[in-house]
Design a binder for this molecule. Structure first.
Ligand code: AHR
Ligand code: AHR
Length: 515
């Protein structure tokens, strides 16, 4: 079936093809693993214009809002159906005292925000946090969106006691001091926040209250979890892992492994000096890194005789352009970044057994998917559209998907990768199948034949995001330059044929019958 599979290495040249052929084989009877929908998570932080005015404008604002949340952004986030939202940081969480953000808004203290009050050149920004958006606003936001809250406690300059009180305020049902305070603030029922992380990037000198090594961080994690779980033993814990220090991860699992469920890993593709080819190599490098970290965690777990499972929470990831400087971290990404996003989401499908949680950093205005200004204007960038293609079509488990397409040699990887990249997801009801595609070619459309093994297609919807060039983007003045488009998918017996645009991300959602 895959008669193009053998190729001569490195000699294929892009420009010689104007219409490449790709064959994709999907075998629905061969399952790689179940998808935890939390891999499509989002992250918002009190940083730059993310929360103010990206999410919160207040009830008296001229910008149309629901209970103070701006409506345009709310609707845009809703359309992404994030299963979880991580908050309040990021670096911000390491200096945040949650009690500043509760109770009547006009009584909340304005505080100097120190986490981001410095950059590499020791410039000071004097950012002020108004605390208008706090715990209850965050929970309201999650409810309006239909997402589960994921809270990072302050393990920088905060205390285990303060974190345990936060758990009490959110989750305790009795009539204790902090639970009663929540009730007094208008919320008789527990918020039931399940997912908590203890600290953020505590390995980094840029972090308020950072740790010297994994042993110190393990000690701190134990102290926090020990106290937080006495309030609510049912919560799940994410602890700080490091993407570049294996010893850190070994120490965390060895000393504190009993106390947490997920090890957090963050990763950004810093694009300074990167070519397009370097950029698209990044998700493949990340895949190796995440897989290796998972291996380290497993190895340590076995060595110390820890019975419980520990998986990874990839709870910050994105590209990061030099234009995204503190204190705003604004960037306006383009089609190539949508391809990058599609590659990362495909990577997360392949890693579904090892990485059940991931959060895009960040949702609004900071390294953003959505741009929203003080005048009430908004647009989404191509990365948002790529995200949407995935969340609209993704099914319950990842199934085997093989691709045979012309390839490209990536110097950074020192190997070839297929120009057409794909994963496939299948519904538990066995009647829906989605193929998630990226065509990395700058110049060539690809005629893709998707051969389905064990599945008879009846209907197929093919949607994609492409644009005129790799650098094409949306702006406030031209917000619909790049949109999700639809094209026909030809069904022939047990195969589907589509024409996949050059530099595009796409999804094919197929309805049919398992044979
Ligand atoms: O997302 C921006 C920042 O990047 C986060 O605050 C921090 O955790 C990471 O270094
Ligand atoms: O704006 C961020 C990046 O910078 C865009 O993706 C690209 O078009 C530009 O070079």
């Amino acid at each position: 079936m895959l008669n193009n599979f053998v190729q001569e290495k490195n000699i294929w040249k892009l420009r010689n093809f104007s219409n490449m052929q790709a064959e994709i084989l999907v075998d629905t009877s061969s399952t790689i693993g179940d998808i935890d929908k939390r891999i499509y998570g989002q992250f918002i932080e009190h940083l730059g214009e993310c929360i103010y005015p990206g999410i919160w404008v207040g009830e008296s604002s001229k910008i149309p809002n629901i209970k103070g949340f701006r409506k345009d952004v709310l609707d845009a986030i809703k359309r992404l159906k994030p299963p979880i939202i991580r908050w309040p940081g990021g670096n911000f969480s390491s200096g945040y005292h949650w009690e500043d953000g509760i109770g009547p808004r006009d009584k909340r203290p304005k505080k100097l925000e120190l986490a981001w009050n410095i950059d590499g050149e020791m410039k000071v920004w004097n950012v002020v946090e108004s605390n208008q958006f706090g715990t209850c606003e965050f929970i309201e936001l999650c409810r309006l969106i239909g997402a589960q809250p994921f809270i990072t406690v302050n393990a920088g300059n905060g205390s285990p006691e303060e974190a345990a009180r936060w758990v009490e305020y959110c989750n305790f049902q009795g009539d204790t001091y902090y639970a009663s305070m929540r009730k007094m603030h208008g919320y008789p029922e527990s918020f039931g926040v399940k997912l908590w992380s203890v600290g953020n990037e505590l390995y980094g000198e840029w972090q308020i209250g950072y740790c010297l090594d994994g042993v110190e961080c393990a000690r701190r994690t134990i102290e926090f979890v020990n106290e937080m779980k006495r309030v609510d033993p049912t919560i799940e814990i994410v602890a700080v892992g490091c993407d570049y220090d294996a010893q850190w991860n070994i120490d965390m699992v060895k000393h504190a492994g009993k106390y947490f469920d997920y090890l957090s890993i963050h990763r950004y593709a810093f694009t300074s000096g990167m070519t397009y080819h370097d950029l698209i190599a990044e998700p493949f490098i990340w895949e190796n890194i995440l897989h290796t970290i998972y291996g380290t965690v497993e190895m340590t777990r076995v060595r110390v005789g820890l019975k419980k499972e520990i998986k990874l929470a990839f709870d910050e990831w994105n590209v990061w352009y030099p234009e995204a400087k503190p204190p705003m971290l604004k960037q306006n990404t383009s089609v190539k970044d949508a391809l990058f996003t599609g590659l990362v989401l495909n990577m997360l499908h392949r890693l579904c057994r090892e990485v059940p949680i991931a959060c895009f950093a960040q949702t609004v205005n900071v390294l953003p998917l959505i741009m929203a200004d003080f005048e009430g204007r908004m647009f989404v960038n191509p990365q948002y559209l790529a995200f949407k293609l995935f969340v609209d079509s993704a099914q319950d488990s990842v199934v085997k998907c093989l691709v045979d397409s012309p390839s490209i040699f990536l110097k950074k990887l020192n190997r070839d990768i297929d120009l057409v990249q794909a994963t496939a997801t299948f519904s538990k009801s066995r009647d829906k199948l989605a193929v998630h595609l990226v065509n990395l070619s700058e110049n060539d459309d690809a005629v893709c034949k998707i051969q389905l093994k064990g599945f008879k297609p009846k209907k197929a919807v093919f949607r994609y995001v492409s644009g005129k060039s790799l650098d094409d983007k949306n702006t406030f003045d031209n917000p619909n330059n790049i949109i999700i488009e639809e094209d026909k998918a030809k069904i022939e017996n047990d195969a589907i044929e589509i024409e996949l645009r050059r530099h595009s991300v796409a999804s094919v959602l197929i309805e049919g019958l398992t044979q």
